[in-house]
Design a protein around this ligand. Structure first.
Ligand SMILES: Cc1cc2nc3c(=O)[nH]c(=O)nc-3n(C[C@H](O)[C@H](O)[C@H](O)COP(=O)(O)OP(=O)(O)OC[C@H]3O[C@@H](n4cnc5c(N)ncnc54)[C@H](O)[C@@H]3O)c2cc1C
Length: 434
């Protein structure tokens, strides 16, 4: 079959690889000149690495299998990584059970209640009940005020900014589940992973496999219109051209789908509510020396203008980054926040105030570069009753399909969930039967 795939993010590329491996001829379209969508890479001048921080967990079994299936298993790297907390101008490590027991910010009762929260959350399956409870209320009830203030709140702030106040308990439940779900048995549970060369290695390799199977990738080409062909199959229109496909799969966001799909192709239910999205501004600091010994530091201090510190070079070997240290400083805000449009130089000034506060020993000479990367729509805000406000997308034509992250209502948006969703779609859908 001749299959058109709209979107060359990880969803579109996993679909394209799986389908071309089954003998289909695929054509991928992406409006950006570079493949990968939110998982894409960035030229930092001295080296190329992911635009945003991406890590592979030992529990990301679907993603790990995909990487092995495409022949990149030998490029997977695993490294034991530390977790830190920052409060009141002090760093604390809680990377193993002994450090956790010694963690001074809450007492033994708090630690027992925290262990109970993790155990209870990891065993719980009925997430729909959690949609009705605010994450703050759920965590306070299970773990008490001290563990909430000192551990959970900094973690929520680092992942959601101030928006955590409106989020349902499903968010943290999905996080606990992902941490504690079945792991790849060959891996140590404290290890975190990446692919040597970053996600660019994965995308370049998929591109080669698609071309070798007779497929095609159109980069920098936005699909403008998708409509059914009167004699079967679909038309895809771009740059004044019309191309015919037996099947078309759309993998981009729903608002774009509504703009480019012919009226009769899809139904998007109107729930009367607007789904809000989080965006991210991420400073990537390239330095001559390491800032922290941790992979991730969650920040409890509200004077710091970013919501977390990700010491990428504590995971990724320095050989990957030309000997320089790479630190990501994300700030999550609503996608409508005007800060997302502020010029890079102004944002650098804001972020540097926090850097001076947290790392007073860092000298200007130690800093090689400070890049500002941003993404407007990173993930939906999983507010109370989120699954009922998400517009339901149904396709009205046997030759047209939608696979995207908008329907992940009980998971965070991550690449393991993307691969799982693609594989479930290929198993269940009528795509290959009709
Ligand atoms: C800061 C940050 C940190 C993250 N950390 C992690 C992590 O540690 N681990 C993890 O697993 N995941 C992480 N993620 C999530 C991961 O990046 C997403 O799961 C993933 O990118 C979603 O992929 P997608 O293909 O569904 O969507 P997207 O990446 O949004 O891709 C959609 C693609 O469709 C294209 N498109 C849209 N309209 C058209 C059109 N009309 N014509 C042609 N093309 C079109 C777009 O250009 C885009 O490339 C992180 C994301 C961010 C932003």
């Amino acid at each position: 079959m001749n299959i058109g795939i709209v979107g060359g993010g990880i969803t579109g590329l996993v679909l394209a690889q799986r389908l071309s491996h089954q003998g289909h001829k695929v054509s991928v379209f992406d409006s950006n000149k570079q493949l990968g969508g939110l998982t894409t890479y960035h030229d930092y001048g001295l080296f190329t690495w992911d635009r945003f921080y991406h890590v592979i967990l030992p529990s990301d079994t679907h993603l790990i299998s995909f990487i092995r299936d495409i022949g990149l298993g030998d490029k997977l790297r695993w490294h034991r990584s530390l977790t830190g907390f920052y409060d009141n101008q002090k760093f604390y490590s809680i990377s193993n059970s002994i450090e956790f027991l010694r963690f001074p910010l809450f007492g033994l009762i708090g630690k027992i209640r925290l262990a109970f929260t993790l155990l209870y959350g990891s065993r719980l399956n009925n997430w729909r009940r959690l949609e009705k409870i605010l994450v703050e209320d759920w965590l306070l009830k299970l773990g008490g005020k001290n563990t909430y203030e000192k551990l959970w709140k900094p973690l929520l702030l680092s992942k959601l900014g101030e928006n955590y106040k409106r989020i349902s308990a499903v968010f943290i439940w999905a996080y606990i589940k992902r941490l504690f779900s079945a792991r790849d048995s060959s891996l140590n549970k404290e290890q975190l992973g990446y692919v040597s060369g970053g996600y660019k290695t994965v995308f370049d390799h998929i591109e080669k496999l698609i071309y070798a199977a007779g497929g095609h990738i159109h980069k920098g080409i936005a699909v403008e219109y998708i409509a059914p062909h009167p004699e079967g199959g679909m038309w895809v229109e771009y740059q004044g051209k019309k191309e015919h496909f037996d099947k078309v799969i759309f993998t981009g966001p729903v608002n774009i789908l509504q703009q480019i799909a012919a009226n009769q192709l899809v139904k998007v239910s109107d729930t009367g509510e607007t789904v809000e999205y989080l965006g991210v501004i991420c400073m990537v600091l390239i330095t001559r020396k390491s800032l922290i010994p941790y992979y991730v530091v969650n920040i409890a201090d509200r004077n710091v203008p970013f919501t977390g510190v990700i010491g990428m070079s504590n995971l990724v070997s320095l050989q990957e980054t030309a000997g320089y240290h790479m630190t990501f400083l994300p700030k999550y805000i609503l996608s409508t926040d005007p800060l997302l449009k502020q010029p890079d130089d102004e944002l650098r000034q804001v972020f540097f105030q926090g850097i001076r506060l947290m790392f007073p020993e860092l000298k200007p000479d130690d800093i090689v570069a400070a890049h500002i990367n941003r993404a407007i729509k990173v993930q939906p805000l999983q507010v109370l009753d989120y699954s009922s406000i998400v517009p339901k997308v149904s396709t009205e034509n046997n030759d047209f399909f939608v696979v995207n992250t908008s329907q992940l209502v009980n998971d965070s948006v991550n690449n393991n969930a993307v691969v799982r969703q693609v594989d479930e779609f290929l198993k269940k859908s009528t795509l290959l039967n009709s």
